[in-house]
Design a protein around this ligand. Structure first.
Ligand code: GLV
Ligand code: MN
Length: 229
């Protein structure tokens, strides 16, 4: 009997320790953005179609050249002729394979006068933005619905904590431009209008009508106008 109790207690202690280790590992995982690299250089080989938890498979080290460490993907101004008057050029691992396992990436956003980078979130990264041209009105909404807004001028930076909703609007007379750095090679971008009004397949009009308290004809008109976003 005493032997059985000792075995049960040992088992209980063992299970508790295993549970604690799992929780600790899980906690340390969610506290970071991308996992740490295990090699100096791991240029993504996008051609394999394979993907690992830490990114893409590496191109053979013998084939790596200086060109793999450089990219001009953000060099050109984006075409802002669209309903929002802004264009985001993504400098993520998908466009710049040298970023593989580096835990960082960068976007460029161009704004026409009055252009808006519509409300969106990045599920896998925090963001640090610098305004390199013009003046923006920026907004960030926290998880408990607190809205922060500010006018940010050329040369100034602002932060967007991971996963929070945010937007920018060009309030200057001319064009505006930003560069945004992320602590993920593939931060993801969930745009509110795109997700809700241009998903594939489409979210039912009746549902959006109820959620936004709009009649269904307005929802349909909005979906039609957002066709090319
Ligand atoms: C700006 O918010 C960006 O995601 O580039
Ligand atoms: Mn953003």
């Amino acid at each position: 009997m005493a032997g059985q109790t000792t075995t049960a207690t040992t088992l209980f202690l063992l299970m508790s320790m295993i549970l604690m280790i799992i929780l600790l590992l899980d906690f340390s995982y969610v506290c970071h953005a991308d996992p740490d690299p295990v090699d100096d250089i791991c240029i993504a080989d996008l051609s394999t179609g394979q993907r690992f938890a830490n990114g893409y498979p590496c191109k053979p080290a013998s084939q790596v050249t200086a060109d793999d460490l450089v990219s001009d993907v953000l060099a050109k101004e984006g075409n802002t002729s669209n309903v929002f008057g802004s264009f985001t050029t993504h400098g993520t691992v998908v466009k710049f394979p040298g970023l593989n396992t580096m835990g960082m990436s960068m976007n460029r956003v161009d704004f026409a006068p009055g252009g808006i980078n519509a409300p969106h979130t990045h599920p896998r990264a925090s963001e640090l933005v610098i305004v390199v041209r013009g003046t923006l009105f920026i907004g960030i909404i926290t998880a408990d619905n607190k809205y922060f807004s500010k006018v940010v001028k050329k040369g100034e930076m602002f932060i967007v904590p991971r996963g929070l909703m945010h937007f920018q609007c060009n309030i200057g007379k001319g064009k505006a431009q930003t560069y945004a750095a992320f602590n993920s090679q593939l931060p993801g971008g969930i745009s509110v209008p795109k997700s809700l009004f241009r998903s594939t397949p489409s979210i039912p009009d009746g549902l959006l009508s109820k959620v936004f308290q709009l009649d269904e004809a307005t929802v349909r008109a909005s979906k039609a106008k957002l066709v090319n976003i």
